[in-house]
Design a protein around this ligand. Structure first.
Ligand SMILES: Cc1cc2nc3c(=O)[nH]c(=O)nc-3n(C[C@H](O)[C@H](O)[C@H](O)COP(=O)(O)O)c2cc1C
Length: 178
């Protein structure tokens, strides 16, 4: 299998996540050779270690961005990670070819049910960034209807976990073929 880096952009996977935490736990168990980058745990102060993050990207053949949609976009810490890691001379610019040929896959969850909205439309900026950096856009895996508001109800809670587990299985199948 190729080197897989999973970048988790949830702002709190310790105390305030069900869907993303479940997906990440399953990935860690099923794909022990992949590297999981918990941005919230590494950088609670948003001070991204550029060299460390660039080294992980250099190692990776496939990069999965795992996150909950916040306001039709990445959560803030994932934007910060991109701002501090995809730098001129590394990812772009005349000598910035370090991401060329690497595959980038989006894996995200939304509160809105999947049939309500096609969130991929909002991630045109990711496809543009792939084009700009020479990365190959590998598409998205999405799960809707997993709102944090559902957590009060135990039945809904188990529904979120079930959906997260289906999501993780789909992602793992794709990664096995990547
Ligand atoms: C600040 C904030 C903004 C959100 N914005 C959206 C949104 O734009 N669209 C949407 O469908 N869900 C939105 N949600 C719901 C989250 O996407 C949902 O709670 C999350 O995917 C559940 O994953 P988790 O259990 O790992 O936290 C938002 C949640 C928060 C906390």
């Amino acid at each position: 299998m190729k080197n897989i880096l999973i970048v988790s952009g949830h702002t709190d996977t310790v105390t305030d996540s069900v869907a993303n935490r479940t997906i990440l736990e399953i990935l860690a168990e099923q794909l022990p050779e992949c590297q999981i980058d918990y941005l919230d745990r590494l950088y609670p102060d948003f001070k991204i270690d550029t060299a460390a993050e660039q080294a992980k990207l250099l190692w990776a053949d496939v990069v999965v961005l795992q996150f909950p949609v916040f306001w039709f976009s990445f959560p803030s810490i994932m934007h910060r990670w991109m701002e501090q890691t995809f730098l001129h001379g590394f990812s772009h610019g005349s000598a910035g070819d370090k991401l060329h040929g690497k595959k980038l896959i989006l894996s995200y969850t939304t509160g809105a049910p999947a049939e309500v909205m096609n969130f991929d439309e909002f991630f045109g900026f990711v496809r543009a960034a792939c084009q700009f950096t020479g990365m190959e856009y590998g598409g998205s895996i999405t799960t809707g209807g997993v709102s944090y508001q559902m957590r009060e109800d135990p039945q809904m809670m188990s529904e979120i976990k079930k959906k997260a587990s289906v999501h993780a299985d789909k992602l793992i199948a794709i990664l096995h073929q990547a």
